[in-house]
Design a protein around this ligand. Structure first.
Ligand code: SAH
Ligand code: SF4
Ligand code: F3S
Length: 482
């Protein structure tokens, strides 16, 4: 059966569940992982809303509670089990249906634990069976039985699932899934399967439709987003060459042409796949934001080798130099892990050295977390927790100092921001983001929401900037001055 037929079957199940649910049902969803995981949750919501479910926040009033899990670090497990403990009583009183999906469900030791310790859970589904939620739900509602729908395969590409997006301004578009890199600390390749890319025409159509619906910013998603179509090219897996798209660089160029879209971001790329064509495309495409995420993970060449990252400290720094040269106004963000097995003080100093040299816009810092089934977990020279924490705090201090330093360069400059809405903490101010994804808070009228606007930066506050509309309201998209 091809994937289209599989989706058609699920559409039939959506109708059946809708018939079973003769009145509107309420669901709550918890998304615990990365942006891909969030995008999956939007698809889960899309399917549920087709089936007469309405989203609410309060789990106590929900008929169905869904967890979309992550397993990249240990703390996600603690959070899930805590929530399940909370739900037990609610379920006893109300008969709430509880479903758990996502990456963690691809780990057998976790599903075993859930079945043993939380037997009241109704449905377990994995990353490869997300699209079968309608069928699984139908079985639970109709046959009043528990379901486990988890398979361990390389993975397929499914098109045509309904989607209910969280925002009406910014949208995520998954362009590829899975990972072939097997960094030695990382569980993702085991739970998400092998790299596979969507057809260019399906991506372009999705973005064109988003533009027609008024979306302004698109984030292209993939575990290894800049290796889009690489496996297909290398292994001669056929794909339809739509508008000449055969790589990440050519995809960026085509999306850049779509009217209505103002900004294009992408996450998460791998340094090894920043080929010259990709760098040139970022430089050339005016809608592609000049903030590039360049995950470092560690600064020491020895640790990078043990992590299986496929670049050295010097190669990484050279790449940064090259990108800074070729892409005007480039800003860089990164991910760093401290306390990988075997990391000495000297190795850690290399990480600090790279942080000092690159001058990151943003650094996402993580304490190494052992993941069962990864090579890192089997390494003997694990770092004691207290040393990991000392290093983490030291890195955090340096990063904060550098971010403060970096923020100063914004003062007095004019920045183009996409106005996203009212500020969370102050009804009277608006919030938007710069090209470099910095939050800017400023005073302005609600009719500015959704516009690209120029503001002058007047002060910095570590995690956000304050701006003012100084010279009339200048919109960049139509150069209109009012
Ligand atoms: N595919 C993306 C994201 C992977 S997960 C990428 O390659 O960048 C996001 C981040 O979590 C990683 O970049 C890494 O910094 C961190 N991470 C992954 N596994 C981890 C582990 N076992 N312990 C701590 N941090 C981890
Ligand atoms: Fe994990 Fe590395 Fe793949 Fe990223 S590239 S998902 S860190 S294995
Ligand atoms: Fe987590 Fe899965 Fe994303 S493990 S980081 S939710 S791909």
């Amino acid at each position: 059966m091809d994937t289209k037929q599989e989706i058609d079957i699920q559409k039939e199940f959506m109708k059946k569940v809708k018939e079973l649910n003769n009145k509107i049902q309420k669901y709550a969803i918890f998304t615990m992982g990365c942006q891909l995981n969030e995008n999956d949750s939007e698809k889960i919501s899309g399917m549920l809303e087709e089936m007469n479910y309405e989203k609410i926040e309060d789990i106590k009033n929900a008929d169905l509670v869904i967890f979309n899990t992550c397993c990249v670090r240990e703390n996600a497990e603690d959070r899930l089990f805590g929530k399940l403990g909370e739900l037990k009583k609610i379920k006893e009183e109300k008969g709430t249906i509880i479903a758990i999906g996502g990456c963690m469900m691809q780990e057998k030791h976790i599903t075993d634990k859930i079945k043993e310790s939380y037997p009241f859970v109704d449905l377990l589904f994995g990353t490869h069976t997300l699209h079968k939620l309608p069928e699984d739900l139908y079985k639970i509602l109709n046959q009043k039985q528990k379901e486990e729908d988890i398979i361990d395969i390389d993975g397929k590409v499914y098109e045509g699932l309904p989607i209910k997006r969280d925002s009406n301004l910014k949208a995520s578009v998954t362009i590829m899934n899975g990972c072939n890199n097997f960094c030695s600390y990382c569980i993702v390749p085991y739970v998400r399967g092998r790299e596979r890319s969507r057809e260019p025409k399906d991506i372009i159509k999705e973005v064109e439709n988003l533009a027609k619906s008024g979306y302004k910013e698109i984030t292209l998603l993939g575990q290894n987003v800049n290796s889009y179509l690489r496996v297909e090219r290398e292994k001669n897996i056929p794909f339809e060459q739509y508008k000449g798209i055969n790589s990440f660089a050519t995809l960026l160029q085509e999306i850049n042409k779509i009217d209505g879209i103002e900004r294009i971001r992408f996450i998460s790329p791998h340094p090894k796949d920043f080929t010259d064509d990709v760098i040139d495309a970022i430089a050339k495409c005016e809608k592609v934001c000049k903030l590039v995420h360049l995950p470092l993970q560690a600064g020491s060449t020895k640790i990078l080798k043990d992590m299986n990252r496929k670049y050295t400290k010097e190669q990484y720094l050279k790449l940064v130099e090259k990108m800074k040269e070729k892409i005007p106004n480039l800003t860089i963000s990164t991910d760093i892990i401290v306390g990988f097995p075997g990391e000495t003080e000297e190795d850690f100093e290399d990480t600090l050295d790279v942080v000092r040299k690159v001058g990151y816009e943003q650094v996402y810092m993580f304490i190494y977390s052992r993941r069962i089934g990864t090579p890192g977990d089997k390494m003997e020279n694990q770092i004691p927790e207290e040393i990991k924490h000392i290093r983490f705090d030291k890195l955090k201090k340096l990063v904060e100092n550098k971010i403060y330093e970096n923020n100063q360069k914004y003062l007095g400059t004019t920045q183009t921001i996409l106005v996203e809405g009212k500020s969370k903490n102050n009804e009277n101010t608006l919030t938007g983001r710069t090209d470099s994804n910095k939050v800017v808070i400023f005073e302005g009228d609600n009719d500015l929401i959704g516009k690209m606007l120029k503001v002058e930066i007047v002060s910095e506050h570590m995690w956000y900037l304050k701006g003012e509309i100084k010279h009339g309201r200048i919109f960049t998209n139509d150069a209109k001055i009012s």
